[in-house]
Design a protein around this ligand. Sequence first.
Ligand SMILES: *Cc1c(COP(=O)(O)O)cnc(C)c1O
Length: 432
Amino acid sequence: MSNEFQAGRAFAQTLDAQDPLSSYRDKFHIPLTDSGKTSIYLCGNSLGLMPKAARQAVEAEMNAWADLGVCGYFKDGDPWVRFNENIREEMAAIVGARTTEVVLMNTLTVNLHLMMVSFYRPEGTRTKILVEENAFPSDRQAVNSQVAFHGYDPSDHVIEMQPRTDEHTIRTEDILRTIEERGEEIALVMIGAVNYYSGQFFDLAAITKAAHEKGCLVGFDLAHAAGNIPMSLHDDDIDFAVWCNYKYLNGGPACPGGAFVHEKHTSGNATLKRFCGWWGEDLEERFKMTPDFVPSAGAAAWQLSNAAVFSLAPVRTSLKIFAEAGIEHLRDKSLRLSAYCMYLLDQVDAEFEILTPRDDAQRGAQVSILVHGKGREVFEALEAGGVICDWREPGVIRIAPVPLYNSYEDVYEFVEIFEQALGLSTVMKAAE
Ligand SMILES: *Cc1c(COP(=O)(O)O)cnc(C)c1O
């Protein structure tokens, strides 16, 4: 792969000139540095940039509130009662689901709990949850508290998959072997599809198949995968998934997240238990105001409360951009951006390690760089040089070249500043 690239800024500019998606950059606000320069924003894995059209989309709903008051719930064309229902199709296309298998609601950790209420039902000797080491803390806290809620001790009821000694990522074969050996004790396999720290993308289909063969249920956290890597949740037979929409999906801070429930759990005489609230009720029944619960079709039945229209409006704006650009096209550019980044990093003569797998099938947009010893200083020098990226203890700089709004030249400039930062002297010169 790497021999398709060349060193030097001119080559980055050539790649940008050939990029069929380059015009999408202009649809986003890119933050400026203190000195007024356009920053090199490589933090879309943490908070995606604001689509320029989002402001107007929120304002339109604000205006509807001003003009219509409560009648906004039933306004023509785009009633608030159907606001999140009407954006499911675009969402479903991104994660590879049927329209009724997805719902936009709450935030990620809340959705994870709601899904575990339904999908973590320990019984007899099948009581454990399999997770990956270095899972995002909130996921691990949710898993541990669910286990404790059912009266078990998380220290022996949460099985943690680990990388082998001297490796940074977890081998799929090791996950499959653990499922094979311990599957009968495992009620639920719950893994972050892309690990937030290493950037490793797991083989969702293989893990799901192995887990189902042993009778376990399977859920994935797609926080770092949704809008990053095309998936096929339905065809892979995954039981449930949850995600947030503010990372690669650019929906804005704390915007409603997503949940996926496979159709097989909601059709026919499915008997899954769930926590209920009025917004999960079928729209025909909801306003009859009776205490019994007639569920909406599919994942929508898990909604508890009425939809957060103002914070969903930017999500809708962003999903339209995704539908236009196409997740497959975005993935092509994304793989090329990260491969180019690794190619350039390989030319830097200094002590650091790339933790993220080089194999296309095992990574998304993110590249995690472990800088031994002086990582924090390097990170601060990057910031001073106009790069917005992030730092995760104990020593990792994460960057995410996002195909919607990052350019090859962004990547080039990042590596140039990174190289200077490792020398820790000429950083400000690079920022000019
Ligand atoms: C970003 C992220 C979260 C954040 O959770 P919220 O409930 O949206 O605050 C949780 N889990 C993972 C894996 C994440 O990457």
